[in-house]
Design a binder for this molecule. Structure first.
Ligand code: SF4
Ligand code: SF4
Ligand code: SF4
Length: 183
């Protein structure tokens, strides 16, 4: 049986990260958490930021990484990179919210956080973290790419799956039923 894939083009928003220019000021973390606070700008908490600046002490370099998708299990194997004679672990460049570390999990609920490129209403022309990076370590670009069309997963679906993996579907459904009766 053959499967048909629909090809289409789309604009990919991209934030380029120049490690050589990052001074580790963490303004990007503060700005991202403030922009996504509810109400907007009501609080700052880097633990809620969708970009985190990792200090790699071995290489004396700051590595900003943006939150990507959630996964219920850490990688079974790892690889490392050698760049300019310096060794980096795979996790140093990975934006996944995974059990191997505490990054990109909402501190109160434990729900995964994901960078939305500041597309929440109103969408910013230039993402907030790029706007505040006065060192130009973060720069914003757009490019056109060809992709295979597929259904995007909604934030709620990803969040529910994360809760179900943590607590089990039965407990999740029981809790939802109890809360709906209260509401
Ligand atoms: S705002 Fe720019 S220079 Fe400061 S930590 Fe973030 S990426 Fe690095
Ligand atoms: S942080 Fe990324 S690279 Fe590291 S174990 Fe998790 S998914 Fe794998
Ligand atoms: S693009 Fe927006 S959501 Fe993503 S890390 Fe930057 S400030 Fe946060």
């Amino acid at each position: 049986m053959t499967s048909e894939h629909t090809k289409e083009t789309k604009i990919v928003k991209e934030i380029k990260i120049d490690l050589d220019k990052c001074i580790g000021c963490r303004a990007c973390e503060v700005a991202c958490s403030a922009f996504h606070a509810r109400p907007r700008y009501s609080s700052t908490n880097p633990a809620r930021s969708r970009i985190r600046v990792i200090f790699d002490a071995l290489n004396d370099v700051y590595v900003p990484i943006r939150a990507g998708d959630y996964t219920p299990a850490e990688c079974t194997g790892r690889h490392s990179y050698t760049i300019g004679g310096k060794d980096y672990q795979e996790c140093s460049f990975c934006g996944v919210a995974c059990p191997a570390r505490d990054y990109f999990k909402e501190p109160d609920s434990g729900l995964p956080l994901k960078c939305d490129m500041c597309e929440s209403d109103p969408t910013l022309e230039v993402p907030m973290c790029v706007q505040v990076c006065t060192c130009d370590s973060l720069t914003y670009h757009e490019r056109e790419v060809e992709v295979t069309a597929s259904e995007p997963r909604e934030e709620m679906e990803v969040g529910l799956e994360a809760l179900a993996n943590k607590y089990g579907w039965e407990r999740l459904m029981d809790t939802a039923a109890r809360l709906s009766k209260k509401g």
